[in-house]
Design a protein around this ligand. Structure first.
Ligand code: HSE
Length: 402
């Protein structure tokens, strides 16, 4: 019999308990022995909850119970999750988590502690919700030099952008719906400002290179400036707008990583990833492109991914499941030196100034809209930003074009 503890009884935590107990035939059957939740750690009481008798308030109870061999850390944040995870791993208990903030910041160190203590630190649910992206990179793609990962990594922002595009819902209302559905972070700024996608990009880039990619050094822009007018122009150009996280290996061994909204062709595979779904391309030098698609957020999909890690830990007790992610820092390429096209939205009286600043741009008009759109030629971010910032009296917004 394997006893599991769950740290945090929020959306994901309650999902993990539900998956382990409701799907116990599958979970225990695939582990080869009975698996049950022994403790749920939370500050709150849950009167009337079917698992209220498992709730404890003192972390030491879990740490000191030798019967607990696997712990699901689904409390989020760093303040408590970091010291708790360290202590659990040092005590030889495997930890499975959905906490991308902690994995992005301390993943390499925690993996090292797990290895020294013959247990595992697994984090399938930290990227892509229920999509098995970490397993794919760590196990299915072991022969590959992974050259790029790129995709839609945040369900909340994809839900908002889809609602804006398909139903003309305003931004605030769409965000509220995403929160009500349990997709958003406790502080939804982390979603809409791109920090959540940035942490996931850092995790994928670290796994891709085997070296630590510092999320704080990744160029990150969120979706707060995207408007329904941008979608009207995108539609006019047979395109749509998606928040993309990308990491691409450069010839000099550095990695070009960024998170930003992009205009993409409406027939691109990522344009078809809508609502809370995530879609992620991984490019291997032998395999070529694969694309993974599935629920990127939400209680049960995320909990299922955490529970898949629990099963792996139970099947491999006394061992460390390998993960190539060293603490040595990975060098990041300078985003300002990269080249691409940009879409610029401009007041009608700014057309002359734009055409002069960006010769060769393509003009786009939307019937009934006074403002105009332009696609610039390919240019570096640096050159674009210099010219764009000098046009502040005319411009209404800009989006990178993929
Ligand atoms: N807030 C995150 C999202 C949850 O919307 O993708 C899953 O990581």
């Amino acid at each position: 019999m394997v006893n599991v503890a769950v740290l945090g009884y929020g959306t994901v935590g309650s999902g993990v308990v539900e998956v382990i107990e409701r799907n116990n035939v599958e979970v225990s059957g695939k582990c080869g022995e009975e698996v049950h939740v022994k403790y749920i750690l939370d500050l709150r009481e849950f009167p009337g909850d079917p698992y209220e008798d498992k709730v404890v308030h003192d972390f030491q109870v879990i740490l000191e119970d030798r019967e607990v061999s696997v712990v699901c850390e689904v409390m989020g944040g760093i303040k408590f999750a970091y010291p708790y995870t360290k202590q659990l791993l040092e005590a030889g208990k495997s930890v499975c988590t959905s906490n991308k903030e902690l994995v992005a910041k301390h993943g390499a160190e925690l993996l090292d502690i797990a290895e020294k203590n013959h247990c595992s630190y697994l984090f399938e649910a930290s990227v892509g919700g229920g999509i098995p992206i970490i397993r794919t990179i760590n196990h299915a793609m072991t022969p590959e030099r992974i050259e790029a990962v790129a995709g839609i990594l945040n369900g909340t922002t994809n839900y908002i952008l889809t609602k804006m595009e398909q139903e003309g819902t305003d931004y605030a209302q769409a965000l509220k719906q995403a929160q009500d559905l349990g997709y958003a972070e406790r502080n939804p700024q982390a979603d809409v400002e791109g920090h959540d996608a940035c942490r996931k990009t850092a995790i994928l880039a670290s796994l891709m290179t085997g070296r630590n990619v510092d999320s704080e050094k990744i160029f990150t822009e969120g979706i707060t400036e995207i408007t329904t007018a941008d979608f009207a122009f995108a539609k006019g150009a047979n395109m749509t707008i998606k928040l993309l996280g990308t990491a691409r290996l450069q010839e000099d061994g550095s990695v070009l990583a960024m998170v930003a909204p992009h205009m993409i062709a409406e027939n691109h595979s990522l344009a078809m990833v809508n609502g809370v779904f995530n879609g992620i391309f991984v490019t291997g030098n032998m395999l070529g492109d694969i694309m993974l698609y599935g629920h990127g957020a939400g209680k049960l999909p995320t909990a299922s991914a955490v529970t898949a890690d629990v099963v792996d830990c139970v099947r491999n007790q006394g061992k460390t499941l390998p993960c190539h992610w060293e603490q040595a820092e990975c060098r990041l390429a300078d985003v300002l030196l990269t080249s691409k096209r940009f879409f610029v939205r401009v007041k009608a009286q700014g057309c002359g100034a734009i055409e002069e600043a960006f010769p060769g741009s393509e003009r786009l008009e939307v019937p009934g809209m006074e403002e105009k759109g332009y696609f610039t030629p390919v240019m570096t971010e640096k050159e674009f930003e210099e010219k764009y910032s000098a046009l502040s009296e005319f411009v209404l917004g800009r989006i990178r074009v993929m």
